[in-house]
Write a protein that binds this ligand. Structure first.
Ligand code: SF4
Ligand code: SF4
Ligand code: SF4
Length: 254
């Protein structure tokens, strides 16, 4: 990486909420921005400013969203070829996230319902490509987890990258964040929670706010998914457990 790393920020199919989190860093974002050249960011700037004569156009490509069209898949492969580091930004990119909840047959059905035909009678032909994480198509160097990403984590990981370090994941699960926040455990109270198998770093905001953890930070490396399912089966039925695993573990269960 040169003195001022060249950064590109791209998004595929998603809600763009993770990019909004970058902007919401406000003054902290401006401090980070002084240390990099953001050369291509559709949401945040008027025009691209990268030099296509260079070997690699970007030092860091931050990519949000899941690719669900051939164009998006081609762009992703182009970004991989032209970037030193590819970083998945948020659960849609890292886990297929919200687009991944729906399988490709259902998506094709919804396309037909939403776009039945044009006024000229031309029928829209859905491609129905399955929503998969970026890693299904290219090597991803690191994932910044969350739906949306946690602003503090975003800042920490970016600072580690700028210092030339390989970013690291937090070495604990959401349960650790949850205990630090002083929450009473949902599972003890016979309520489903995916915190024990989920990567920490979000400060357990959902549980502190009265909701369960659906796992938007993705599975921890040594997650004992089967062990958690067995524990949950003692008080919840299989359909309900399955519903919890549909949100972020649909394409990523180990
Ligand atoms: S991870 Fe969540 S907040 Fe981020 S783009 Fe996807 S749906 Fe939006
Ligand atoms: S409520 Fe969930 S995250 Fe918190 S300690 Fe219990 S299982 Fe872990
Ligand atoms: S508690 Fe779970 S679902 Fe909520 S932000 Fe943390 S990892 Fe994501």
């Amino acid at each position: 990486m040169g003195l001022k790393p060249k950064v590109a920020i791209y998004d595929f199919t998603d809600c763009e909420g993770c990019e909004v989190e970058i902007i919401s860093l406000r003054e902290r974002f401006l401090d980070l921005e002084k240390q990099v050249d953001i050369v291509d960011w559709r949401l945040g700037q008027e025009r691209k400013s990268f030099d296509s004569a260079q070997d690699k156009y970007f030092d860091i490509a931050l990519i949000e969203g899941a690719p669900i069209t051939q164009d998006e898949i081609d762009t992703l492969k182009w970004l991989r070829e032209n970037s030193q580091y590819v970083i998945a930004l948020g659960a849609c990119a890292a886990l297929a996230g919200i687009p991944g909840i729906m399988d490709q047959e259902k998506r094709a059905g919804w396309y037909k319902k939403i776009y039945p035909s044009t006024s000229s009678g031309q029928v829209y032909k859905p491609k129905g490509i399955d929503a998969l994480p970026l890693s299904a198509y290219v090597k991803v160097d690191f994932a910044i987890h969350g739906c949306p990403v946690n602003a503090g984590e975003l800042e920490r990981i970016f600072e580690e990258l700028l210092a030339g370090k390989k970013p690291s994941y937090r070495p604990y699960s959401v349960c650790f964040d949850c205990k630090r926040a002083g929450n009473e455990c949902r599972i003890i109270n016979k309520k489903i929670c995916l915190g024990p198998i989920t990567q920490g770093g979000c400060q357990a905001i959902c549980i502190s706010g009265g909701s369960p953890c659906y796992g938007c930070f993705g599975p921890r490396e040594e997650a004992n998914v089967e062990g958690l399912k067995q524990a949950l089966k003692k008080f919840a039925d299989e359909e309900e457990i399955k519903r919890y695993f549909t949100m972020f573990y649909n394409k990523n269960e180990k």
